[in-house]
Design a protein. Structure first.
Length: 420
């Protein structure tokens, strides 16, 4: 990726975080939207309380399509339990150095560790105890949690792992105590709210006496959670039509609706389950009247009303050519037949659906390429790249080492300069 694209992604990340938060507030204040989110009715009072008391976000991940034909377009915001942080902040640079590519430009995750640590420092004073809830049987999750804990400890946070609530109890005031008798005030959790709210719906309501369950800790009135309870709203795909309503002129948004219309059918669209994750149950409907082929710099059915349209290919070129996985990516570019539908399986087929304007991922070396940026405490905190042989990126998609190089406009390379 070149330095100009990096600069634009950094700007887009910070702006979009603010837009998603404003859209979340709009949804919370207008209950007419709530039924579109497919979330249990028990959630909304808790989300309102969390938002109104100012619970802050630690870290979230944006998913972007970036192409010279349509510029920078946001697919969605994983504001709740975002993956790939360890890969962004550590693995990709270590991998580049190990392969002898560390002297090419700078790391896409330059400053990620510093910025996330800065977010921890902004959230909690040194000595604050935070309990970490996660699935200890999942090796990838354990690696992710270990990295998050490492960054928190750099900020002086006292981290206590809590793979289970065995040994937890309630005191006489209904507060949660850990196995050491310490009051649980702040927690970080790995589970997404879709899973937790399903559990709440089946096992609720939340209680403050008797045997402590996970939902009693996560949804306790006196416990603050990372990510905050309200983050289930910007993570839900039903926020996308709300963003289109509130920010119709944003160059970073793809037009989205709750109802399929003729414009989307003509130009191509993506249908998304509002509760979906990991690309599950997404279907891409290519235009019925023209080829939507990401190998050519076509319009892709996207409104080209932004400042990126006149950029040439080199200004939006990713650096995945500089990594050691290229020997696995020699597939020929595939053409797409008119009217084709590409769909992914999953467990969210019964979820309500939204429809999003189509911006197909660009291809490099036969692989569809998605750029993902992190926002820490609402500010840009690094970029990672994921690739797939399908236009739908999922949990198992490969991650390459992203390097940022200078472009012909002499846009300076980034440095580790963001302070909190």
């Amino acid at each position: 990726m070149n330095s100009l694209t990096h600069l634009e992604l950094r700007k887009a990340t910070t702006e979009l975080h603010s837009m998603f938060v404003k859209a979340t507030e709009h949804v919370l204040k207008n209950s007419s939207y709530w039924s579109n989110f497919g979330i249990t009715e028990h959630y909304w009072p808790m989300a309102l309380r969390s938002f109104e008391r100012g619970d802050k976000s630690l870290c979230g991940r944006f998913d972007f399509a970036v192409s010279p034909s349509y510029g920078i377009k946001c697919y969605e915001y994983n504001a709740d339990s975002a993956a790939c942080l360890f890969e962004c902040g550590y693995t990709q640079d270590a991998w580049s150095v190990a392969m002898g590519l560390g002297d090419i430009g700078v790391d896409g995750g330059l400053g990620t560790a510093k910025r996330v640590t800065g977010a921890w420092r902004a959230l909690f004073s040194p000595g604050t105890i935070v309990h970490f809830f996660f699935d200890k049987s999942d090796q990838d999750e354990c690696i992710h949690v270990a990295y998050v804990i490492y960054l928190a400890e750099q900020a002086g946070v006292v981290c206590k792992e809590a793979p289970t609530v065995d040994g937890f109890s309630f005191n006489d005031d209904g507060l949660v105590l850990d196995e050491d008798g310490e009051v649980v005030r702040h927690i970080w959790k790995s589970w997404n709210y879709t899973t937790l709210l399903d559990t709440l719906e089946k096992e609720g309501p939340v209680r403050s006496s008797g045997v402590v369950r996970l939902i009693d800790v996560i949804f306790h009135n006196e416990v603050s959670v990372l990510e905050p309870i309200w983050s289930a709203i910007p993570s839900n795909k039903a926020i996308l039509p709300v963003l289109s309503e509130l920010f119709p002129d944003s160059p970073y948004l793809l037009y989205s609706t709750f109802e399929l219309n003729d414009t989307l059918i003509k130009n191509g669209y993506c249908s998304k389950p509002v509760l979906g994750r990991g690309g599950q149950n997404i279907s891409i409907h290519f235009p019925s009247d023209k080829l939507n082929d990401s190998n050519n710099n076509n319009n892709h059915g996207v409104n080209n009303n932004n400042h990126n349209n006149n950029k040439d290919e080199s200004k939006l070129n990713d650096s995945n050519n500089n990594n050691n996985n290229n020997n696995n990516n020699n597939n020929n570019n595939e053409s797409t037949s008119e009217g084709e539908i590409v769909a992914a399986p999953g467990k969210f087929s019964s979820s309500p659906t939204v429809y999003q304007e189509l911006a197909t991922l660009p291809k490099f070396d036969g692989m569809y390429t998605q750029l993902n940026t992190f926002a820490a405490f609402g500010k840009y905190a690094g970029t990672v790249i994921r690739v797939e042989d399908s236009p739908i990126v999922d949990y198992d998609s490969n991650i390459f080492s992203l390097r940022i190089v200078e472009d012909e406009s002499n846009t300076p390379l980034p440095n580790d300069d963001l302070e909190f």
